[in-house]
Design a protein around this ligand. Sequence first.
Ligand SMILES: [Fe+2]
Length: 202
Amino acid sequence: MWQYEKKLQYPVNIKNRNPKYAQIIISQYGGPDGELGASMRYLTQRYGQPFNEVKGILTDIGTEELAHLEMVCAMVHQLTRDLTPEEIKQSGFDKYFVDHTASVYPQAAAGLPWRAEYIQSKGDVLADLHEDLAAEQKARVTYDNLIRLIDDPDILEPLKFLRQREITHYQRFGEALRLTTDRLNQKNFYAFNPNFDKQTCR
Ligand SMILES: [Fe+2]
């Protein structure tokens, strides 16, 4: 169960619209390393975990990623409000506009819609946690790249906040991995799945 708080996790108040920036920031909504994939990955993987602490970390972080998705959507929305037909044509936003007008749609910067293939839910704690650690680093690099390409402080501040949260998530998944390996046979933890049962293949 969730309780919705009607405010963003970090404020987004962009004064100057800019459809060019919107077209690259949208990747952190529906791109391969974006917040939609992050939230779906963790909130789905949680069910296959053997340890309650790992389930809890996945639920906490997956929930926070939903709040990040909301911030990214707010940025895209504010950057594309009240555009003139001339701004739409000159910025290259026309290719997006023809399909989605100025609504927010989950896609990568190059236009590919979000795909479930971006995520995995393997039902093996080591496989899933290693994917999650890599996912946080890839999301951090995407924010690094956005920060390199953008020079509006109204956009940079929320982007820096989101980048910092990816580093925190990486550290929390590191704690989850340590907790997991502590409980497994250290000599062959890479081959151990505590969920696996030869009779039922659960
Ligand atoms: Fe994250």
